[in-house]
Design a protein around this ligand. Structure first.
Ligand code: ZN
Length: 347
């Protein structure tokens, strides 16, 4: 009896290993096992939590306001931030420095830098109803380098990503006249920086990975964001929602619009709820021949939404889009909506 049961136990064991062996050798499994071996040791232990780097003057960094960033980005020094120009480089430099000072982890090319480099097609300039626009230039002409910026914090669930984005480029200088682009879109960029500072004050570790992205060449047809979708610096499938801000600082306080290809997706629902909680109105409207960077992600099937002031078109793409157009209270409301959205999506 004893030897019999031992024999049948061995039979079961052999049978089990026959089943288990092919399972462990299944290509996907093997791939995963290999990947964990290839990964540098301790990579998961590196934390990029919301905290300022050592040696930074906390008071000075955290007390900076969104309006100060708008004034800096729309100053003549930045030359209107046209993609591919010296002005773009200056603005990119300004933003990379801010991201570094705020202790964000670089999430651009190879995960080593804040920058994500791509190229832009040639464009020509045209006035449509008194507004300066870029239209595609001659096909086959040389492309010019341009740069997106990405940085963030790794959450407890590293592979679940919430993206917060805004384009930082604008129209540059045309016939000697500066297009400052204070509302379009220094306002969206500055709101994001403002909310990053708010989250730093909270000192809480996010559940999900938060990626903050500043796109370039939006004014040339969402070129920066679509270049990212074409060549992302982490898998696109990890992105659960993209919240994009564009021209958020003008108009009646608390009066906003939302652009999204799908009002049932997570991104749209979260920001809609956050706006209501902040006491703002955010209505789903049709872009009506215009658009913003959420479209690049929607085309790739990633849930995305853009928040903008309902009155965004006022002075848009004119030299009068200056810091004077921005209402501090409206900007504060946009930051509040974004902060609440991030709380519900990532914490
Ligand atoms: Zn624009």
């Amino acid at each position: 009896m004893k030897s019999n049961s031992r024999r049948s136990f061995l039979k079961v064991l052999l049978g089990l290993s026959a089943i288990c062996l092919p399972w462990t050798l299944w290509p996907g499994k093997l791939n995963k096992a290999m990947q964990s071996l290839i990964k540098p040791p301790g990579v998961n232990l590196i934390t990029h939590l919301p905290e300022l780097p050592k040696g930074v003057n906390n008071e000075e960094v955290l007390n900076r306001t969104a309006m100060e960033d708008i004034i800096a980005l729309s100053s003549p020094e930045m030359q209107g931030r046209k993609a591919g120009s010296v002005g773009e480089s200056k603005a990119a430099d300004y933003l990379a420095k801010e991201m570094s000072t705020l202790g964000l982890k670089p999430m651009g090319d190879k995960g080593e830098s804040f920058t994500h480099v791509f190229t832009i097609p040639p464009v020509t300039e045209k006035f449509v109803n008194g507004r300066l626009m870029f239209i595609p230039g001659p096909i086959g002409s040389l492309r010019t380098p341009s740069v997106n910026l990405l940085g963030g914090w790794t959450g407890k669930k590293q592979d679940e990503v919430i993206m917060i984005t805004a384009h930082y480029d604008h129209l540059g200088i045309n016939q000697g006249i500066l297009y400052p682009g204070a509302n379009d879109n220094a306002s969206g960029v500055s709101c994001i920086l403002d909310v990053i500072r708010h989250l730093l004050r909270d000192k809480r570790v996010p559940q999900k990975t938060l990626v903050f992205a500043f796109w370039s060449a939006e004014e040339m047809g969402f070129v920066g964001s679509s270049a990212f979708v074409q060549a992302p610096t982490f898998p696109l499938r990890q992105i659960q929602a993209v919240i994009n801000l564009d021209t958020v600082g003008n108009g009646m306080v608390g009066d906003f619009s939302l652009w999204s290809e799908d009002e049932n997706n997570l991104a749209f629902q979260s920001i809609k709820k956050a706006a209501a909680e902040a006491g703002a109105s955010a209505l789903h409207t049709s872009p009506g021949g215009h658009n913003s960077d959420q479209i690049s992600f929607a085309r790739a099937g990633v849930p995305a939404v853009t928040l903008l002031a309902r009155d965004w078109l006022n002075k848009n793409h004119t030299p009068e889009d200056t810091a004077g157009l921005i209402k501090a209270e409206q900007l504060k409301m946009a930051s509040d909506i974004l902060y609440r959205t991030i709380q519900s999506l990532a914490y």
